[in-house]
Each structure stands twice: as C-alpha cells, then as structure tokens.
Ligand binder design. Sequence first.
Ligand SMILES: Nc1ncnc2c1ncn2[C@@H]1O[C@H](COP(=O)(O)OP(=O)(O)OP(=O)(O)O)[C@@H](O)[C@H]1O
Length: 295
Amino acid sequence: MSGTGSETILSVEHLMMHFGGIKALNDVNLAVKRGSITALIGPNGAGKTTVFNCLTGFYQATGGNIMLNTRGRPTNIIRVLGQKFRAADFIHPARLGRRIYYKMFGGTHLVNRAGLARTFQNIRLFREMSVVENLLVAQHMQVNRNLIAGVLNTPGYRRAESRALDRAFYWLEVVELLDCANRLAGEMSYGQQRRLEIARAMCTDPEVICLDEPAAGLNPVETRTLSRIIRLLRDRHGITVLLIEHDMGMVMEISDHIIVLDHGDVIATGTPRAIQANESVIAAYLGTDEEELAL
Ligand SMILES: Nc1ncnc2c1ncn2[C@@H]1O[C@H](COP(=O)(O)OP(=O)(O)OP(=O)(O)O)[C@@H](O)[C@H]1O
C-alpha cells in the first residue's frame, strides 16, 4: 500500500486564524492524499502548529473550511467544534438545530472520533503512569466505562477491557516499546516517549495522524527508528501521516508530498525534489536559524 492514492482525505480551504491583531494564518489552502506522508514545513512562526491546532480543534479557526473524508463520510471539522450562532440560522430550523447540538455536545473529541489524532510538540504523557496505562487512558472513548457494568464485572465490560489491552500491546509492538510496557512513562528516554505518544494516538484508531515535530530532540539513531515507524504506519496500516518537522533530512527522505508555509500562507507544494529546488522556499528559509537551513 506504499505511496499515495488520488483521494483527498483532508482538505483545508481559506483557513484563517487571527489572535487579536496577529494573523497567524491568512488564507491557507491545502489537500492531503489518503495513504500519504505529507510534511508541513516552514520557518519558525510560519503557522504550522496553528494549522494543526485548527485541524484538531484546539483552536476555533477565525474563518475557512476543514473537511475530513474518513470513516466513509465527510466531517466538517469547523462545524463539529460548535460555531457561533448567526442571524440567518433562525430562518433555517435544521441549521439552527445542528448548531445547537454541536454547541452543546461538539468539541475535539468528535474530531478524534471522526478519525484524526495528533501528538504534541511538547510531549504530553501521564509521566507518573505506566506506559500501558497511558495507552489505556487514551481508549476511554471506546471502552465501556459504565459504572454498573464495571462493578458487576459483566462479560461485555471484561471483553472491552481485554480489547483495550490487546490494542495497547499491539501498538506498543509497532513502536518498538513492548519491553517497556510496565515502566513509568516519565522515566523513559525522550525518543521512547515520542514513540509512546504515537502509540497513544494510534490507540484511538485514527485514519489520519498529525505529528508535531516528532524528531525534535532525538539523536540520529532514534530519528532513523522514528522514520521506520512512520513509514510502517503508512505502508502496513494505511495511515495517512501529516507531519510538522524541522529535520529536513528526515522530511526529504520520508515525505511523499511537502507543503511549505511562510507568514501564514502556503508558498509552495510538491515533491521533496521540487521543494528543494523551489526558489520561494529557499528565500523563505534564508535569514532563519542555520539548523533550519539544511535543505
Ligand atoms: N495562542 C496564541 N496567541 C497568540 N499568538 C499566537 C498563538 N499561537 C500562535 N501564535 C502566533 O502565531 C504565529 C504562528 O505560530 P505557530 O506556533 O503556528 O508557528 P510554527 O510555524 O508552528 O512555528 P515553530 O516552527 O516555531 O513551532 C506566531 O506569530 C505566533 O506567535
């Protein structure tokens, strides 16, 4: 299943995000192909994490559209996060009803349920919990948490618990952490914690995973392991990977497609080879920190 299909799994149109006077995103348009590894790159402050935060519902975009084509149906991410009421809603009862529903019950959990998961630039694990417990917590949305079922220890409850454990160990093996299952998450090396974050996101059964600087702080051996795992997600598990990364060696090696952001706008898209030769990209990177200029 290697390589890219032709179907778009995620499309972003005219995305804007303003923080007071700061226009973090001006008018971002991008499309991600199903089954691809797509990298979002750009100099510091270009708006990459803001795009991720809008996609995953951590920010409510100021404007634009984000459509996810997963679980066999389209999901309008902006809508499921719960939008403000507009005057026109009151003459469309169906629209008003939807708006009220998502205002009350919408949120980031619906984005995750629709099949999009993420990791964070700053690792956010439960450091005092074991590795496997971190993975079980991630599955609370899928596991039957009915108190009565738990107290009575019903067969349905036991089956759900056992499935959650199986899933946790399955993804631990994929990220090469099986022998760390009972260690405290906070005691593991940085590289291991980053891989645990990926396993935790995978336990929510996503079709798209957004990785925010997964190679930050890793040594070359850990980066190679990480690249191998990311490829495996695409090739063996059919996962679409959207990646923010400053390690250009890694980006150029594993990406099928690259999107370049600068000052809140997409300035180039294309294959690694095309991006490396793109003059606007080279110009955008000139004058930034040297470590970013490893094109
Ligand atoms: N919550 C916020 N409040 C105010 N400004 C913000 C907020 N989040 C981001 N910004 C601003 O938006 C712009 C884009 O930031 P963002 O973190 O998305 O960039 P980035 O491309 O991810 O950068 P880096 O590579 O350094 O992580 C920056 O000017 C930043 O200061």
